[in-house]
Design a protein around this ligand. Structure first.
Ligand SMILES: [Zn+2]
Length: 130
């Protein structure tokens, strides 16, 4: 437990060194600091302020990680949207001559589509084919 210090007004406090952020503990430490400023000894306030200052790099790292994840997700969503658009383009309906006149056929599936889209487009639209 070398990495843990106990401070008055706060629960377990991790020592400096980039531990995984415990947001609840960080909030507790900040609350303890705010409360201590009203009535605690200067040494206690300084200790709590130091603990809060130690939280800053951890929070900054978390923000950077969250931003990186957001960017990766945005890229994945864009790639997925491009893929869906490409599939939709492959499944465009085309009018072809049928025995009794023109019919609509899915260019991708090669099946005649009547009142609704082909199964692929229905699935993309959230429908179920069975
Ligand atoms: Zn199709």
């Amino acid at each position: 437990m070398d990495n843990v210090r106990y401070l008055p007004g706060a629960s377990v406090v991790l020592a400096p060194g980039r531990p995984r952020a415990d947001r609840d503990a960080i909030g507790d430490r900040y609350t303890a600091l705010c409360e201590a400023r009203a009535h605690a000894a200067t040494s206690v306030i300084a200790m709590l302020a130091e603990a809060c200052a130690d939280d800053v790099p951890v929070l900054v790292d978390e923000l950077h990680q969250a931003e990186q994840l957001r960017r990766e997700l945005a890229t994945a969503v864009d790639e997925l949207a491009d893929t869906i658009a490409a599939v939709r383009a492959l499944h465009e309906e085309r009018e072809v001559a049928g025995p009794a006149g023109p019919v609509l056929v899915c260019a991708g599936c090669g099946i005649e589509v009547g009142a609704g889209p082909c199964p692929t487009i229905a699935a993309l639209d959230g429908g179920s084919d069975g």
